[in-house]
Design a protein around this ligand. Structure first.
Ligand SMILES: *Cc1c(COP(=O)(O)O)cnc(C)c1O
Length: 374
């Protein structure tokens, strides 16, 4: 483990866990469906290049990101696998996409018309996104699909390689809306198949849909949250249909330990007052790292035991209440396992009233990522 940094807080990313989570999904997919590893937002905070490489090693066939910049980062790192950009790419970036063999998402005929003015040296690969109910991006109506296909057909520089949709409620207990979206997709796909004879890849499933309906996912699945070892929702977790290992741990250590007396207070605003003589530890992480102030009162692990955060979280440091004196340098785990105890991403998410997806994304670039089990 090479640590070319000095700070005593880091995110530890277990690449074996990524491999394990991919394998678990592969086991339930029929042969024909393959995995697109979703590595947008710096691989949900895990580090896009490292995760992309690991996923490809483990058999993922392609990568997906949200932004053009995220796609070029992967190409710059020497990754040659197919890359799909989910978001709308500026027409200005179309040439760059074509040159770097980056597949972009399209759903507006005006977009195709605009990029038609460019002189391409390589074909631009596009996937059509159909909005079946997410109402984010994508075309919704039959006429829009027909017109978009006509526009693509008129442009020899554009190569249509895929058609997809995205579910809004695949992780929920009530699946009525999910099934409505499936039906809408099938209806538009039938129209597509009548009008377009060349083969394309069809993909509809995020982690939740793929875990729950592995046999209905067409050619590819888009595997995000579960690849990182987090369940898409409590419902999916309770169904126990897949075993996952959380890859991301957040580690720190005690950089200062002191005793304070009853009545003395801790941190800005003096919001916490000691009830008796107490041992207080300081850890070098704060809201400047994305460890936000709302985490006051949450617990961390020291010696395999839970200790609460006391007083306000500062920009660079956080104080915790210890059960006894510990030496400087004692390991502290904020997320992950320690001596058999564990704090899951879900626990932090629940504490903050949000979803697990948000937590590793929130821990920012000031926290170095260290890879284990490479
Ligand atoms: C983010 C994203 C995914 C991955 O979703 P998970 O729930 O993390 O598996 C799949 N498809 C699209 C279009 C996305 O934006």
């Amino acid at each position: 483990m090479v640590q070319n940094f000095f700070r005593e807080t880091w995110a530890e990313i277990d690449l074996d866990a990524i491999g394990y989570n991919i394998e678990q999904m592969q086991q339930s997919l029929p042969d024909k469906s393959n995995i697109i590893a979703v590595v947008k937002a710096n691989a949900y905070g895990h580090g896009a290049v490292q995760i992309a490489k690991k996923a490809l090693q483990c058999g993922a066939k392609a990568l997906a990101v949200a932004l053009m910049e995220e796609a070029t980062e992967l190409r710059d790192a020497g990754i040659a696998a197919p890359i799909l950009v989910f978001g709308r790419v500026s027409p200005k970036a179309a040439l760059l996409a074509a040159e770097n063999d980056i597949t972009v998402t399209t759903f507006q005929k005006e977009w195709i018309q605009e990029v038609s003015n460019y002189t391409f040296s390589k074909k631009l690969k596009v996937n059509i996104e159909i909005d079946t109910g997410m109402a984010r991006v994508g075309l919704r109506r039959e006429e829009e699909l027909i017109q978009l296909l006509e526009t693509i057909r008129e442009n020899p520089n554009i190569q249509l390689t895929g058609v997809y949709t995205h579910f809004a409620t695949a992780d929920e207990e009530n699946l009525n809306y999910f099934h409505e979206q499936q039906e809408r997709f099938e209806r538009l796909l039938n129209i597509f198949n009548r009008l377009w004879k060349r083969p394309v890849s069809i993909h509809i499933g995020n982690s939740a849909a793929s875990i729950r309906f592995p046999n209905k996912m067409y050619h590819y699945i888009r595997y995000g949250i579960a690849m990182y070892g987090m369940y898409p929702s409590k419902t999916v977790k309770q169904e126990k249909s897949i075993s996952l290992k959380q890859a991301f741990s957040l580690r720190s250590q005690l950089i200062h330990v002191k005793q304070i007396e009853a009545g003395e207070s801790i941190s800005y605003g003096a919001t916490y007052k000691a009830k008796r003589n107490e041992w207080i530890g300081t850890i070098p992480i704060g809201y400047g790292d994305g460890w936000i102030r709302k985490l006051q009162g949450a617990e961390v692990l020291v010696g395999g035991k839970r200790m609460p955060i006391v007083g306000r979280v500062c920009m660079d440091q956080t104080m915790i209440l210890l059960d006894k004196k510990y030496p400087i340098g004692t390991p502290v785990t904020l997320i992950g396992e320690q001596n058999g105890a564990s704090i899951k991403m879900d626990e932090i998410a629940d504490y903050l009233g949000t979803i697990n997806y948000e937590i590793p994304c929130m821990i920012n670039q000031r926290v170095p990522r260290v890879y284990i089990n490479e």
